[in-house]
Design a protein around this ligand. Structure first.
Ligand SMILES: *Cc1c(COP(=O)(O)O)cnc(C)c1O
Length: 502
């Protein structure tokens, strides 16, 4: 058989046969998202997903193509209206960023470029390195600092903890395992108000959550330094090895910032690694009113933060900054691989991100972050952070002025925890839990509920750059209206509030 008689290979390129048609569709998609972002305020923050919509996504995997127009139509109809709503100015449920149109556009560029940021000699990596240097400068870290984009602060805290672990046990422990490293059992410290991902990191690292001491908090929900010191000394006297103290800059529940300088002092005296979980609070460094609260952050051995929260970069954009990149290399690099790379060609530019963390293939998270920083500038981003703290104080003032409401925790930054006072015959925890669900279903505003010292509170985390004072007033008015409605018709089933007031 000759080659000529064989079927020629089929073209399998996934590029469109008609670029102009796809281009036109792409413009419509972009227009739809601009319209969506420009019209957020007129939409409900959140709405329940109809069962028909949920059910429509149970069809089998398609063997044959659907047009882009049809796929886009399904996104617009079935997905876009039923997401969490964190782009909306009255989303205050959790510490989620609002994103920006510029960030969205940068994501499109990054996807088109399809760069793999695991390594090699490419400008996208220079961009990531620039963001690393910017962060090192912002937080007063030395020239030796290393940094890495990861998914979020859960991963950033894990990476920080793994670097601290290897620093304590020595590089050999990567081969022998934690069990056989010797030198005493490792113990770590963080406050009772710390994010759950610190405990999770201890578990993943093979050190166990039993080895994480949860230090009680003071009246301001900050790590109690006297107790921290006592716990450290007690463990040392018992022959244990304190290897890590993790402070928090902005706790998820109430936005408390630990006394980072005092924690740094304790860490120094016991020889422990000082890590800061600055997931959302660290970028407060850009804000005039928050920056002074972060004093001591410059002494951290590692710092976890998210650009996707107060930094307003679209999800996901977590980041870990390490005081000395050599510690990061010691924990993650395979020396055989990175030392043998060629100094020229695509193999140049070592060390690479894959030497500094657990990921090999990685997307171009640096681009949307760089775009957000460059197109808005740090002053404007800092002003948005200032604004959310101002709004939190406005909310606090309204809560204090309303006899039906009570403040549940001090307002440190941008999170306000409050609740409706219940009639003596009524269960305040149940009332406030139901009112939060009523608000969600009303679409007017989305706070969340949390427990503050055992009691249910309504929590408003103001993170979105789009939020204005009128949105705070709408939240308070809606809480009062829902509360009065529930108090009036207690013991009867309350229908969800249906109307959405724009
Ligand atoms: C959000 C948050 C985390 C978790 O970060 P992700 O980006 O969601 O993984 C950890 N710690 C604190 C204090 C947070 O606010």
């Amino acid at each position: 058989m000759t080659t000529a008689s064989m079927n020629p290979p089929r073209a399998t390129s996934l590029d469109p046969s008609d670029w102009s048609q796809l281009r036109a569709q792409g413009h419509r998609m972009l227009d739809d998202m601009f319209d969506h972002l420009a019209g957020l305020r007129d939409r409900p923050v959140w709405q329940p997903i109809p069962e028909t919509v949920r059910g429509a996504f149970r069809e089998p995997m398609p063997a044959e193509p659907t047009t882009v127009a049809e796929a886009h139509g399904r996104f617009m109809r079935d997905v876009l209206p039923y997401s969490v709503g964190n782009t909306h100015p009255r989303f205050m449920g959790w510490v989620h960023g609002g994103g920006t149109a510029e960030g969205m556009l940068a994501e499109m560029l990054a996807a088109g470029l399809n760069a793999n940021l695991g390594g090699r000699d490419q400008m996208p990596l220079e961009m990531e390195k620039q963001v690393v240097r910017w962060m090192a400068d912002l937080f007063g870290f030395p020239e030796t600092a290393g940094g890495l984009f990861v998914t979020g602060s859960s991963m950033a805290n894990l990476v920080g903890l793994l670097v601290a672990r290897t620093s304590a046990l020595g590089g050999q422990s990567r081969k022998t395992g934690v069990e056989n490293a010797g030198g005493g059992r490792l113990v770590a410290y963080t406050s009772q108000a710390a994010h759950g991902c610190i405990a999770q990191a201890m578990s993943i690292a093979g050190l166990g959550t039993d080895a994480l001491r949860l230090v009680p908090t003071d009246a301001d929900h900050r790590t109690d330094i006297v107790q921290l010191r006592a716990m450290v000394w007690q463990d040392m006297a018992a022959g244990l090895r304190p290897f890590l103290i993790a402070g928090t800059a902005g706790t998820v529940d109430v936005g408390a910032v630990d006394d980072l300088d005092a924690i740094a002092d304790v860490a120094r005296t016991c020889g422990a690694w000082f890590h800061v979980d600055g997931a959302y609070g660290a970028l407060g460094m850009l804000s005039r009113q928050v920056a002074p609260r972060l004093a001591g952050i410059e002494r951290a051995d590692s710092l976890a933060l998210d650009f996707h929260k107060w930094g307003q970069v679209p999800y996901d954009a977590g980041f870990i900054l390490v005081r000395d990149q050599a510690d990061q290399l010691a924990a993650f690099a395979s020396p055989a691989a990175y030392l043998s790379r060629h100094p020229r060609g695509l193999a140049a530019g070592s060390p690479w991100p894959c030497d500094l963390g657990p990921d090999l293939s990685r997307g171009f998270r640096a681009l949307k972050t760089w775009f957000t920083l460059v197109t808005h500038g740090t002053n404007r981003l800092g002003a948005a952070i200032d604004n959310s703290c101002d709004l939190a104080r406005h909310l606090m003032a309204r809560v204090l002025a309303e006899p039906e409401l009570e403040l549940m925790a001090p307002v440190a930054l941008n999170i306000v925890c409050f609740r409706l006072r219940a009639a003596p015959s009524q269960d305040a925890d149940a009332l406030n839990t139901e009112v939060v669900a009523d608000l969600h279903e009303s679409g007017i505003a989305v706070p969340s509920s949390t427990r503050i010292r055992g009691q249910v509170a309504i929590r408003a985390a103001i993170v979105n750059h789009r939020t204005v004072a009128g949105d705070i007033d709408m939240l308070v008015d809606a809480v009062l209206a829902c509360g009065r409605r529930r108090q009036r018709i207690q013991n009867t089933t309350v229908q969800p509030v249906q109307e959405f007031a724009a």
